[in-house]
Write a protein that binds this ligand. Structure first.
Ligand SMILES: Cc1cc2nc3c(=O)[nH]c(=O)nc-3n(C[C@H](O)[C@H](O)[C@H](O)COP(=O)(O)OP(=O)(O)OC[C@H]3O[C@@H](n4cnc5c(N)ncnc54)[C@H](O)[C@@H]3O)c2cc1C
Length: 305
């Protein structure tokens, strides 16, 4: 019987592991399909506190993991496939075994939605990004595209005008989903141009992005435009399908937690990191949530005796 199983090995899961291990709970971390989480694709992380020089995502998460191991965290390269509650105990099934645990921390993250074209994958991290807060500063005096028509796309576009010489908003429909106030803010910004309705057909470049081919879906006319970067802001998919029925989620699948805590609707199950974060989606925030989850688990297990 485990005290605590942690699903996910990104900044949230690994921080939860550090704290629960230091509190003598010997956590078991199920690493999932991406050991280290989504940050491992980033070559340069410049905003994680404590590192004066840029550090790669892989190196940063390796440090997290070593720290968690030092205090006795255990790791399995398996994914949670199903969770069943029996009285106060949870049965966590992976492909190969069923683990019983007194508590569960869900830290399975949220994946940024991607454009369905092969060149988007080729240039991801080489000019294509899913995170304006993380990568905006790398595009000083450059021309960039923001793809999307929701609030995040509008906010990202306005934010990116601090760095870029020109920001073009590209959206596949001729209307925007974003709130009127966000659209108005973007419309007032002189550096922002609009390409609506347009679909990104192809991303051009050799080692990095140099341009794109856009298609107007109403006329089918294609044209090339030059740009140095493309920010994809078409939403996130929280990795929570397997927890349906166990904990409450919002309409987009993000896990709902009690305000100011990591407690979910199911006693004994806690959620931390991007999987419950509608707003910030940053490694340092995910790590902070991981710490909170560990403390919440400690209190929960103490109350259970
Ligand atoms: C390209 C890019 C650059 C970024 N740059 C920065 C930056 O510079 N600074 C910054 O602060 N943030 C940055 N971010 C955001 C940051 O990566 C995330 O906010 C952070 O990783 C969220 O941490 P997390 O632990 O909640 O989730 P994730 O990092 O997404 O980790 C989720 C974990 O859950 C696991 N998992 C998934 N399904 C299962 C399952 N069924 N069972 C078990 N485990 C499972 C995965 O294997 C993974 O280990 C960037 C993101 C991207 C994509």
């Amino acid at each position: 019987m485990e005290n605590v199983v942690i699903a996910g090995s990104g900044p949230a899961g690994l921080t939860a592991a550090i704290y629960t291990a230091r509190a003598d709970m010997t956590p078991l971390v199920l690493e999932g399909p991406i050991p280290g989480g989504q940050l491992i694709v980033s070559n340069e992380v410049e905003n994680y506190p404590g590192f004066t020089e840029p550090i790669s995502g892989i190196e940063l998460l390796e440090q997290f993991r070593k720290q968690a191991e030092r205090f006795g965290s255990r790791f399995k390269s398996e994914s949670v496939e199903k969770v069943k509650r029996r009285d106060d105990i949870f049965e966590v099934s992976t492909g190969s075994q069923t683990i019983t645990t007194r508590s569960l921390i869900i830290a399975t993250g949220a994946q940024a939605r991607r454009l369905p074209i092969p060149t988007e994958r080729k240039f991801y991290g080489k000019g294509v990004s899913g995170c304006a807060t993380c990568d905006g500063a790398f595009f000083r005096d450059k021309e960039i595209l923001v793809v999307g028509g929701g609030n995040t796309a509008m906010q990202d576009a306005v934010f990116l005008t601090r760095f870029a010489s020109k920001v073009t908003i590209v959206h596949r429909r001729d209307y925007l989903r974003a709130a009127v106030i966000e659209i108005e803010r973007a419309k007032k910004e002189p550096k922002i141009e609009w390409m609506i309705p347009r679909i990104v057909e192809e991303i051009l470049g050799n080692d990095s992005v140099t341009g794109t081919i856009l298609r107007n879906p109403q006329t089918n006319q294609e044209h090339r435009i030059q740009c140095d970067g493309i920010f994809v802001a078409i939403g996130h998919d929280p990795q929570t399908k397997i927890f349906n029925g166990l904990v409450k989620t919002d309409e987009n699948g993000f896990i709902q937690v009690e305000a100011g805590s990591t407690r979910t609707s199911m006693p004994g199950v806690f959620a931390c990191g991007d999987v419950r974060d509608l707003v910030y989606k940053q490694a340092v925030v995910a790590a902070g949530h991981g710490c909170m989850a560990a403390i919440d688990v400690k209190h929960y297990l103490e109350r259970k005796g």
